[in-house]
Design a protein around this ligand. Sequence first.
Ligand code: LLP
Length: 412
Amino acid sequence: MFSYSQNDLYCEEVPLADLARRAGTPAYVYSSRSILASYRAYDEAFDALPHSVCYAVKANSSLAVLGLLAKAGAGFDIVSGGELFRVIRAGGDPSKVVFSGVGKTAAEVEYALANGIHSFNCESAAELALIDAMAARRGVKAGFAIRVNPDVDASTHPYISTGLSRHKFGIAIAEAAAVYDHARSFPNLVAEGVSCHIGSQILDPSPILEAVDKVLELAASLRAQGYPISHLDLGGGLGIAYHAGEQAPPIRGFIESLHQRLRESGLTIMVEPGRSIVGPAGVLLTRVLYRKKNGHKEFIVVDAAMNDLIRPALYHAHHEIIPLRKNPLPPVTADVVGPVCETGDFLARDRQMANAMPGDFLAVCAAGAYGFVQSSNYNSRPRAPEVLVEGGTYRVIRPRETYEDLVRGETT
Ligand code: LLP
């Protein structure tokens, strides 16, 4: 949904340089068409298989994005009370919400039960006891799945790989049956599912298939023992292309490759994709402030920084950086850096890229997931606005923060 026409970069039918001039920079811009197309790719690929696509709110929790997905029929995967609040505020259906996470508080469990969420993905026996007690107080039954740790290697960045036994997540698959058995002693819990999630930004789906086989086997054995297991939650979605020319695995093909084994299980299948729905749908627009040279090293100093997009600094993540208007100059090899006072404040290093000059606009690509949500006010920088493009029009769905916003609620 981002492409050049002549020399100008467009999001859908909107020329991004015009948008950047009006909305200012830095600014996050999302394509609604791209978000919906990726959501539908998951939803439609399941075809007649009973399923629920629960968008992982953590990837981009903007109300407008959640609203778009809620209207399209999505469920939601949440990891906090705040995310549930957002889903409800955006018009999402709480009965399609699954609550994941290793450290749910009593207040969050209470809030989720009060709003009738679908189920909890539980990560410890102690958490099951808490949910049972809270459900008893409300006089309701709570559906749960145990998030099992299948001990497979997702081959992704170590900070976002979760499925090995050394990680904090889930319950070792070998111990899961004993925990389901223990849960029988909790009268207010219903063992409805089995869940797993092995990591994020997975470009080779084979470890996911390996995990699927393991959890299918567990679900079948639990059903044979009389547990009312009716769903299997396969966790997050596929990785996306961050490098030019990189190919992400196609969503449809991946889901279709699961059909046969899933159909035989008779279970409702849930997935919790985040990155693959919103990642390619977003860019971070920025303006070149200065060019400078230290020795032989070229720097392009821009007005977006690590507080706006922390992924390069935190994970050494690669995001393509392209001009909103192509110029005829030969490419340059440079570091793209922001105004924050840290050496780690870079968006790209030693990058061969467009020879952008002060005043030129650039787009940091594939920034729709884990971009704005991980932004901060570090260096007392107001957070960037978010803009949603729909065809030939766009609207600001979150305004740029002001200096007053920076100090709201504080006292001297
Ligand atoms: N379900 C669970 C339980 C998760 O922990 C995650 C992501 C997802 C679903 C969504 O996974 P996805 O479809 O987006 O791959 N901040 C990091 C990513 C952290 C991912 C954490 N969990 C980044 O910027 O790459």
